[in-house]
Design a protein around this ligand. Structure first.
Ligand SMILES: NC(=O)c1ccc[n+]([C@@H]2O[C@H](COP(=O)([O-])OP(=O)(O)OC[C@H]3O[C@@H](n4cnc5c(N)ncnc54)[C@H](OP(=O)(O)O)[C@@H]3O)[C@@H](O)[C@H]2O)c1
Length: 299
């Protein structure tokens, strides 16, 4: 199978001077992104919750020559995110790439972070805080790459009014809303960074990843079927975690995007996000709400 770095056209890029941190790298797209960036020579540190999986990926990275560290943190806890950031900032001299990839879908609604809906907190508030806290170690030409989704097009900015409640909760709507937040965060972040860049991407539809582990039975059965069916039968719309990782690897490593910021990518191509995601006033409102819920203030 073609490696993600070859699919992204960056197989000849030398990252041996680079330090990368990938969240949600114990499985799926994050794991494949971490391995690809290590094959390009980067020192890749990784995060996740599952200790056994994390240590196994760390060992794979070390076999590739990367002096990797595995960090464990549950993004359902704000203090865990802040501790993680402090730990990473204390151990790396400089971070060249931060890949905000960890993400989850919850079938049942619940509140975390002193009153924020869990999908919004894990998928959006956590990278919001992590990026804020790691800014001090982000290299002058550093890159922040965030895993968003085409599903963001289903959501509207008015839905952010409901992120402190789980009344009438719908897991897929909450997931789409959190992915809209990823795209809007990227645009707002790009305006606040100096020479660093912030971009996000849709990885493709990856039925074989762990994302669907908490989905309703019917969705789990459907994604399982999409996973096992040959690509010819699914019309080629499915990706593997390895092929999906090309997008993160491209944004993390390609010289073609060294000066591109605030953009959304699909299949390594810059693509306009939804009109809701591009609404600058809504982006500002979301930023202010995120600061309030996260308890951080960007200068
Ligand atoms: N799969 C798709 O079709 C698809 C499509 C569009 C976008 N995406 C996005 O791609 C990203 C990666 O997902 P994936 O498909 O590769 O799924 P995955 O295999 O389930 O990977 C998700 C990663 O996020 C971590 N994670 C989940 N909940 C967490 C929490 N509460 N705190 C900290 N870490 C947590 C997981 O860690 P542990 O396993 O150690 O708990 C795992 O490393 C997500 O942002 C997802 O929204 C996926």
């Amino acid at each position: 199978m073609t490696l993600p770095e070859a699919r992204a056209g960056v197989q000849d890029v030398d990252l041996s001077e680079s330090t990368v941190f990938v969240t949600g790298a114990t499985s799926g797209i994050g794991r494949e992104t971490a391995l690809a960036l290590a094959r390009l020579g980067a020192t890749v540190h990784i995060h996740g919750r599952d200790e056994e999986d994390g240590l196994s990926v760390r060992d794979d990275l070390r076999d590739l020559g990367s002096e990797s560290v595995f960090y464990r943190a549950d993004f359902a806890s704000r203090s865990a995110v802040r501790d993680l950031a402090a730990d990473v900032a204390g151990r790396v001299d400089e971070l060249d790439v931060l890949v905000n990839n960890a993400g989850a879908h919850f079938d049942e609604g619940h509140l975390v972070w002193d009153g924020a809906e869990a999908t919004f907190a894990v998928n959006h508030l956590a990278p919001f805080v992590l990026t804020h806290d790691l800014r001090e170690v982000l290299a002058a030409d550093g890159r922040v790459v965030t895993t968003a989704s085409e599903v963001h097009r289903r959501a509207s900015a008015s839905e952010f009014e409901n992120v402190q409640s789980v009344e009438d909760y719908d897991g897929f709507d909450a997931y789409a809303r959190s992915k809209l937040a990823n795209v809007m965060f990227t645009a707002g972040l790009a305006r606040r960074l100096d020479d660093q860049t912030a971009n996000c991407f849709h990885p493709g539809f990856v039925p074989g990843s762990g994302l669907w582990r908490n989905a309703p039975l019917l969705v789990r059965a459907g994604t399982r079927l999409a996973y096992v069916l040959p690509a010819a039968l699914t019309g080629g719309v499915t990706d593997t975690s390895r092929s999906a990782a090309r997008n993160a690897v491209y944004l993390a490593a390609s010289p073609d995007v060294a000066d591109v910021t605030g953009a959304y990518f699909d299949d390594c191509e810059r693509t306009p996000p939804s009109s809701a995601a591009s609404d600058v006033l809504a982006q500002r409102d979301l930023w202010a709400k995120s600061e309030e819920l996260a308890g951080v203030r960007w200068s």
